[in-house]
Design a protein around this ligand. Sequence first.
Ligand code: ATP
Length: 234
Amino acid sequence: MLEVQNLSVNYGVIQAVKGVSFNINQGEIVTLIGANGAGKTTIVKTISGLLKPKSGEIIYQGNEIQRNKAPQIVQAGISQVAEGRHIFAGMTVMENLQLGAFLQKNRAEIEHSYAEIFQKFPILKKRRNQDAATLSGGEQQMLAIGRALMVKPKLLLLDEPSMGLSPLFIQKIFAIIKELNEKGTTILLIEQNAKQALAIADRGYVLATGTIQLSGTGQELLTNPEVQKVYFGG
Ligand code: ATP
């Protein structure tokens, strides 16, 4: 579904991503794990068209997309939940969701998307007329995921969805990711929470200082002694 080939991305003279290659097959959950500054967010932003690569290709469903603009990439079926959630304060839950529907023109389709999202996240329905800023961290993360789902993406990019959440909400978010995948959404999951990400992933890649160091199935990486030492603290 998605193939990243020899991708390099710079910020000025800083080389954040150095010749990274990986792929995501339709129906998979693929996780990219790695320490702070490894280049994970940079990769996600480049796939979603917010950054342009210095070199390399991103091929989505057979087409090169690395020169496409972000709205075009969303239209093609790739939706992103950015790190830090970016909920719009001063706007209600409904209004935040509406922003996710910017590409949809058909009112009935938009209503259908709301209904689906409220079914997945009953708490959002309950809080639909509330200022989004008053939601808890976990509820905001659900709203951010809900907003990304308004366009019914084929490929969902999740950048650190568990960040800053309580253990209970982390469990909930991972369960939601698994369920979305089971219902047909392909997922690229960026996580610092390596253990839980690998546990639900079909495959994973370990990124360090802008390069891929290891790859394998979720299970292989979970039991890899090097991964255990560096990422699970023991
Ligand atoms: P984290 O888990 O901390 O978000 P990450 O793996 O997502 O880390 P990136 O945010 O992709 O890492 O950053 C990769 C490298 O690029 C880091 O060295 C970072 O300091 C640098 N970097 C990121 N954004 C910028 C920017 N806007 N300008 C300059 N350097 C940047």
